[in-house]
Write a new protein. Sequence first.
Length: 244
Amino acid sequence: MTDRTMTDLPAPGTPPRKVLVVDDDPHIRQLLAFAFAKAGIATVEASDGEEALATLAEDPADLVILDINMPRMDGLEVCRRLRASHSAVPILFLSSRDEEIDRVLGIELGADDYVVKPFSPREVVARAGAILRRTAGQVAAASPNLVRNRLRLDTAGWQAFWNDREVILTVSEFSLLMALAAAPARVQSRETLIDRLHGPGFAVTDRTIDSHIRNLRRKFAEHGALDVIETRAGIGYRLGPCTG
């Protein structure tokens, strides 16, 4: 009897999903590779940040599991370089540091999730699976496009546009914006948005959502968009008028 769930398995005829596991500890890499294999997900490995960037350049992955504390180049710098190159590959950080400021920093650099060591391999696979399912074309809206004035979301292609210019977003940022755009008149609490991004039961703080919102506002502001997301103090967020 296997503990693999049906949602872990790729659809018939689709290539297997692939995760790059980056950690300087070979035992952790082996542990995660085994756990992902049980879930039907292929893995490749890198022992430091430089090797990770070289591997991704040659063979792109669907998700990167990235240790923060590594020699030669740490995980934060890898994340910075990937986002600076406009790569939207999902990133899940692993770290031995449990301070909230470290988690928030990782998210603000463009990570999609954060797991603290020591961790359960099943939790890492579950969190990774939630991210991968969001990139597998599971769309909340029936229409392939969500449009509000100058904002357009291509929900099939996972692309966001302002005045028909693409705004590069991470998976979590796009998922969050799509959740707001799917119900533009509704003010959604942080707890609701956490459930939309990760599913119920994940230990994610309100500040994680706030960090994603700051990232979204910054990225759209670079395109002249200053009214994409509204804050309702003490309640949550909703989509703004998107008129610029």
